[in-house]
Design a protein around this ligand. Structure first.
Ligand code: ADP
Ligand code: ADP
Length: 252
């Protein structure tokens, strides 16, 4: 009897998590903070899509699109791609029906201008208002010390097929350099080399720190300690998501 009541409660919780409106969640943090790792877990738990501008740009580079050709060298140097090049790509993704209940933005916005653009877009200033989410972003900032970021980034490996993220120091695959899920050889990202990593971390300090201030001033930012194990961070992130109520466009 007790067991079936528990089962009903678990099923009801799962139903809530996968049907309620979450709104857009921004994961903010330097390269290596764990945004991609946590985004995948949020996607599984809440059934909302992960939108990683890094992944979308790398796809454009692989496919040799006009955007990819412009972004390729900039990304290889560890610099940020100019704001205006990203907006069409992000707008197109946000308009898709799977974003109706919410989405996780991983790696966007990365400049104060991008943050202002995103608010304006969600407020309907860029046409097609009816089709989009009716909420402003809720921002979870992940803090991690510089030296740990370096270690995480140099140890990062990714599966080129399923995009699962590993780390040779902290989250190794069962067999060295091979994906647990599909047996494919893992790859190291082109920009996870020490000299490029330093440039990316500098770009973060220079251009992305102001994004935290932007959201802080609007009262839409919470910080979590990103230094613990991935499971500990997930616990904090889920708690913050469960406790937030999506901020409606127009403030009502
Ligand atoms: P990480 O996960 O290490 O933070 P990403 O995969 O998010 O890195 O981004 C890789 C690269 O793609 C960045 O160094 C930058 O060149 C480009 N990029 C991704 N998102 C943005 C963005 N929002 N604005 C400008 N450039 C971006
Ligand atoms: P980001 O998207 O912010 O650049 P990732 O999620 O790709 O960060 O994580 C960077 C690296 O650190 C990956 O190799 C990942 O396996 C590892 N990692 C992520 N979170 C943790 C954590 N909490 N503890 C230890 N390693 C982690």
């Amino acid at each position: 009897m007790r067991e079936s009541e528990d089962q009903v409660a678990v099923t009801a919780d799962r139903f809530m998590e996968t049907s309620q409106s979450i709104g857009p969640i921004v994961l903010l943090g330097p390269p290596g903070a764990g945004k991609g790792t946590q985004a995948k877990r949020i996607t599984e738990r809440y059934a909302i899509p992960q939108i990683s501008t890094g992944d979308l740009l790398r796809e454009n580079v692989r496919n040799g699109t006009a955007l990819g050709l412009k972004a390729k060298d900039i990304m290889a140097r560890g610099e940020l791609v100019p704001d205006e090049l990203l907006y069409d790509m992000v707008a197109e993704r946000l308009r898709r029906p799977d974003c109706e209940r919410g989405c996780i933005l991983d790696g966007f916005p990365r400049t104060a201008a991008q943050a202002a653009w995103l608010d304006a877009f969600l407020e309907g200033g860029h046409s097609d208002k009816s089709k989009r989410g009716k909420w402003l972003p809720f921002v979870i900032s992940m803090d991690v010390d510089y030296n740990l970021l370096l270690l995480r980034l140099t140890g990062r490996r990714t599966c080129p097929t399923c995009e699962r993220i590993y780390n040779v120091h902290f989250q190794p695959p069962r067999v060295d350099e091979v994906c647990d899920l599909d047996g494919i050889k893992l790859v190291t990202r082109n920009d996870d080399r020490e000299e490029v990593i330093r440039e990316r971390l500098q770009a973060y300090e220079r251009q992305t720190r102001p994004v935290a201030e932007y959201y802080q001033q609007k009262g839409r930012l919470v910080s979590v300690d990103g230094m613990g194990s991935a499971d500990q961070v997930t616990e904090h992130v889920f708690r913050e998501i469960a406790n937030h109520s999506p901020a409606k466009v127009g403030g009502c």
